[in-house]
Design a protein around this ligand. Structure first.
Ligand code: HXC
Length: 257
């Protein structure tokens, strides 16, 4: 049986590929546990500065695996802590994660992309939360992250009508950072990830943590958090190196400390 999650290292970038093409990368426990294990590995690897999560040209993921969960009852979902038990590893990693989305990102697939720090979309990407058609609702953050990404009106529209949104609409609405021609999606995403991984890792982590804080706090609390973290950045050797390199008109050599 082929591996449903494939990992590759590209320089300082860790790439995770979801690989269940026969089921449009539908997310079952094996896939989600595999993604979690891959993130554990990349998090522990000091060489890795950024992570990319992708699928294939047809699908990032067409949702949680419907066959896998169709016979769940309430007690099973509750006792096994469905979703919470293993899906949220993406959310807790301190290294940035870019979702490179081509084709379908539906239901849990759209939710998994939204757990990442940013989404780069191929011009073929299609986003949606069609759970309502199955007699259920988004359960991996769709009702919460989608309104934060695209606003209430579009989130209601997508979740309540089950319609799909193309890459252009998703970018216009703010869900997607960049649209890239499908054949260049992975190369361009890896390039951006390599740029990030070339910076000082502690600074990258501070920025990620601070931007995420914007969604968890009032403006004043968020600004205070940012100011304190900014002050702490003066403790970094990489800050001394980065500023000295600018003044000396040379490239900085960051050492992640
Ligand atoms: C299991 C899936 C699947 C899914 C596709 N497949 N999506 N299997 N779970 N979510 C399988 C199909 O059964 C089929 O298998 C194969 O992938 C190819 O799919 P087709 O339907 O033949 O392809 P196509 O006609 O191109 O249609 C593509 C599609 C459609 C529009 C994306 O597959 C579709 O509507 N899929 C379901 C999308 C969805 O409802 N997602 C939300 C899931 S609920 P066979 O063996 O027949 O070839 C969810 C809950 C989230 O995500 C809450 C917590 C995470």
């Amino acid at each position: 049986m082929s591996k449903v999650v494939i990992t590759e290292v590209h320089g300082k970038v860790g790439l995770i590929r979801i690989n269940r093409p026969e089921a449009l990368n539908a997310l079952n426990n094996e896939v989600v546990d595999g993604i979690g294990a891959a993130i554990d590995g990349f998090e522990a690897d000091e060489n890795i500065g950024c992570i990319v999560l992708t699928g294939n040209e047809k699908a990032f993921a067409a949702g949680a695996d419907i066959g896998f969960m169709k016979d769940f009852d309430y007690m099973h979902a509750y006792k096994t802590d469905f979703i919470t038990r293993n899906w949220e590893r993406i959310k807790t990693t301190r290294k940035p994660v870019i979702a490179a989305v081509a084709g379908f990102a539906l239901g849990g697939g759209c939710e998994m992309a939204m757990m990442c720090d940013m989404i780069f979309a191929a011009d073929t990407a299609k986003f949606g939360q069609p759970e309502i058609r199955l007699g259920t609702m988004p359960g991996a953050g769709g009702t919460q992250r989608l309104p934060r990404g695209v606003g209430k009106a579009k989130a209601m529209d997508l979740c309540l009508t089950a319609r799909m949104m193309d890459a252009a609409e998703a970018e216009k609405a703010g869900l997607v950072a960049r649209i890239i021609p499908a054949e260049q999606l992975l190369d361009e995403t890896l390039k951006a990830a390599a740029t990030i991984a070339g910076f000082s890792l502690p600074v990258v982590m501070m920025i990620k943590e601070s931007v995420n804080r914007a969604f968890e706090s009032s403006l004043n609390e968020g600004l205070l958090f940012e100011r304190r973290v900014f002050h702490s950045a003066f403790a970094l050797e990489d800050q001394k190196e980065g500023m000295a390199a600018f003044v000396e008109k040379r490239k900085p050599a960051f050492r992640n400390c």
